[in-house]
Structures are given as structure tokens and as C-alpha cells.
Ligand binder design. Structure first.
Ligand code: 5GP
Length: 191
């Protein structure tokens, strides 16, 4: 998506020896809602005929784009919550996710009330790197017996393995910007 690529070129900041892209000024701290709206529309163009019944994302930075996209699909958004509480009464599905940005594993959960075997779920997230967040979200849907129709990603760092691994496992992954390489001196190269 040209609009997003141009914005990344203009306002993205490359950190951690070319491993991390900061997009705080328009994507995941301060938010450009007009850009979100164009991305939401594009996700609907890509997945609109898949019979999506629910959008699932992970807190916190996936929630905004998921909500904007959901207005086009006219479905609810469910977000996996980072939680320290145990599944004592069996009312939640829990899975483990490895944090790319902070390191370490953490549990995320959704209430069983909100995911069902009849659900056709679109996963949405801001970034795809090694794929742990998406794998965790897929696991939650599978625990509920639902169907994952695919994943809509704003920025895929295609030089990291998550996207290719998930595609080769049969997941439809659609990324609006795919970064082939990036470095503090050369900037960003798109696929
Ligand atoms: P993965 O689980 O695919 O390794 O990483 C995806 C998650 O890590 C996303 O939910 C996102 O929050 C975070 N993330 C991964 N890479 C980046 C990055 O380069 N920049 C930012 N801002 N977040 C990232």
C-alpha cells in the first residue's frame, strides 16, 4: 500500500541495528486516523468476501486499527488481554506469546464467551516479525474450535521469518507494507 510505504519512508525511525522500526508518530502511539481508515478499507477489500464474523487482535497496539477495520466488516473486535491471572474457573482461553519488543514470554487470554466454533476470525496486528503474536492468536481461535480466515498486518518485516513460516503453514497473510531490509544508514527497502 503506497500510502503506508511513503509514510514509513518519511516518518519511520530505524532502531536496534535495523531490527526495530519506530512508527510512533502515526501508527502506534500518536495515530493518524485518516491513514488507519485507508488501511481498514484495504483490509476489507482483501478479506471482505471471507464471511468474517469477528476480528481478533492483541493489546495494545493492534486495537486501534482493528476497530477501524471492523467498521467496514461490521463485526465486533475482540482483543487478547495480557494477563497475570490464572484460568482458575475455566472461563478463558490462554496462550503464551513471546514479546519481540520487550523480550520474555507473557500470557494472553480471551473470555470463552466471546469466541465460538462458528466464528470465522480475521487476525489483525500492527507488526509481523517472528510471528509469535499471530501464532498465539491462532491458538486462541483453535482452542475455541473456530476458523482463522487469515491475518491482516500493517507492517511486515519480511527479513524476519514469521511471515514466510506462517504462509508455508497455510495461513493467508496480507501485509500492507513489506520491508525487505532496513538500516540506519540506508533507510527502508520494500519488497
Ligand atoms: P512477532 O510476534 O511477530 O515477533 O512480533 C509482533 C509484535 O511485536 C507486534 O505486535 C508489535 O507490537 C511488536 N513489533 C515487532 N517488531 C516491531 C517493530 O519493528 N516496531 C514496533 N513498533 N513493534 C514491533
Amino acid at each position: 500500500m503506497k500510502l503506508l510505504e511513503e509514510r514509513i519512508r518519511r516518518d519511520g525511525k530505524i532502531r536496534e541495528n535495523g531490527e526495530v522500526l519506530k512508527v510512533d508518530s502515526f501508527l502506534n502511539h500518536q495515530i493518524d486516523v485518516r491513514l488507519y481508515n485507508e488501511m481498514g478499507k484495504e483490509f476489507f477489500r482483501l478479506f471482505g468476501d471471507e464471511g468474517v464474523t469477528k476480528i481478533l487482535t492483541i493489546e495494545a497496539s493492534g486495537i486501534g486499527i482493528a476497530c477501524v477495520a471492523a467498521q467496514y466488516f461490521d463485526v465486533p473486535v475482540l482483543f487478547a488481554k495480557k494477563s497475570k491471572s490464572k484460568n482458575i474457573d475455566g472461563t478463558v482461553y490462554v496462550t503464551k506469546v513471546h514479546s519481540f519488543t520487550h523480550g520474555g514470554d507473557y500470557d494472553v487470554m480471551v473470555a470463552k464467551d466471546f469466541l465460538h466454533p462458528t466464528d470465522r476470525v480475521l487476525l489483525i496486528d500492527d507488526f509481523l516479525a517472528n510471528g509469535s503474536a499471530l501464532r498465539g492468536l491462532m491458538d486462541l481461535v483453535y482452542q475455541a474450535g473456530g476458523t482463522v480466515v487469515g491475518a491482516g498486518i500493517c507492517v511486515e518485516k519480511a527479513f524476519q521469518p514469521g511471515g514466510d513460516q506462517l504462509r508455508s503453514q497455510g495461513l493467508r497473510v496480507e501485509s500492507l507494507a513489506r520491508i525487505a531490509a532496513m538500516s540506519e544508514t540506508q533507510g527502508v527497502t520494500f519488497c
